[in-house]
Design a protein. Structure first.
Length: 326
């Protein structure tokens, strides 16, 4: 049994296809088949059977898939830590969903790197749907923002992740004070707003978010205009071009100043949580656990919701860097 064989099997098990694994690895499908054949012979188990244009794991294959992912992830982490030990001993690799990265990452991580000696961070914005697999592959030490959701057919307990809520937020539908909807009194049905432009940041309104689940519960699917950031989307709303499910603490000052109004729509404001997620404590890093605990402190919460506008993606410092997309 070799690391290369385990890496190949872990990828096939995750993607459900030898062809897809070969494309990701940049090798031929026969090369993937050969690696798996050697592994099957060594373990004395077929590991998988062909099914419906893909594969279905045997009980032995399912058992191996968990071990293979762990072993490959540990090997990659060891290689990375050895090669970066001299300069990056305290560096954290962080995945963040776009809204959190834009509105709170800078404030939280600026404070964290000041409070924790030796800490430095790299942040990349990732899709909420990819967080679970990226953490399991050890591409990142911790995920901030949306809670990772298990892939179809996978139980939450199989992910071996620990998610801790650290910030409660509310999203309300807002419009400019000059918008034709502004004078309306509630309650307003969300269906009444479907002919209006809805603005959002680059992630749109994700199905796995509380606001996405709220729309699903209302049985509606508005057409979302995605802009490069929620800040840009909010500027379009201020200009009277449409409406937006905006973060309450971000638009509070605009509402108080009469620039924006909160539309009294049934079911709003929508309350959600942002989470700090790591591998379980047996497999995560000390620095990741430190950030996970720090994010829930009163000091961190106060920094993230402080007035003064978003401080996330635009922040650049000697100890942290946020990239828009991986």
């Amino acid at each position: 049994m070799t690391l290369s064989q385990l890496r190949t099997f872990a990828l096939v098990a995750r993607l459900g296809s030898l062809h897809a694994a070969a494309e990701v690895l940049g090798v031929s499908e026969p090369a993937v088949s050969s690696a798996l054949a050697a592994l099957r012979q060594d373990l004395g188990d077929p590991l998988f059977v062909r099914a419906g244009g893909g594969i279905a794991l045997t009980p032995g294959g399912r058992a191996l898939a968990d071990y293979a992912q762990d072993i490959v992830g540990l090997a990659d982490q060891a290689r990375w830590e050895v090669s970066n030990a001299q300069n990056d001993a305290g560096r954290l690799k962080i995945a963040s969903t776009a809204p959190f990265a834009e509105h709170a990452a800078g404030r939280l991580l600026d404070l964290f790197t000041k409070r924790v000696p030796g800490a430095s961070v790299d942040v990349v914005v990732e899709s909420a749907e990819d967080l679970a697999s990226l953490l399991q592959e050890r591409a990142y030490d911790i995920a901030l923002g949306a809670r990772p959701t298990p892939p179809a057919g996978t139980a939450v307990t199989e992910l071996h992740l620990e998610s801790v809520p650290f910030l409660r937020y509310q999203r309300a539908l807002v419009a400019a004070a000059s918008h034709p909807l502004a004078p309306l009194h509630g309650p307003i049905s969300v269906a009444r707003l479907l002919d209006r432009p809805w603005f959002a940041g680059p992630a749109g309104i994700q199905d796995s978010s509380e606001e996405g689940r709220w729309l699903a519960s209302m049985g509606v699917a508005p057409e979302i205009i995605r802009l490069s950031s929620e800040t840009e989307a909010l500027a379009a709303v201020r200009a009277g071009e449409g409406i937006m499910l905006a973060l309450g603490h971000v638009v509070r000052a605009d509402i108080q100043a009469g620039v924006l109004v909160r539309l009294p729509v049934v079911g709003t404001p929508v309350t959600g949580l942002w989470w700090a997620t790591t591998l379980d404590h047996r497999r995560t890093t000390t620095m990741a656990r430190t950030l996970q605990r720090f994010a829930g402190t009163a000091e961190a919460t106060a920094a993230m919701v402080a007035p003064g506008g978003s401080r996330g993606l635009e922040r650049r410092g000697s100890k942290f860097h946020v990239a828009l997309w991986s």
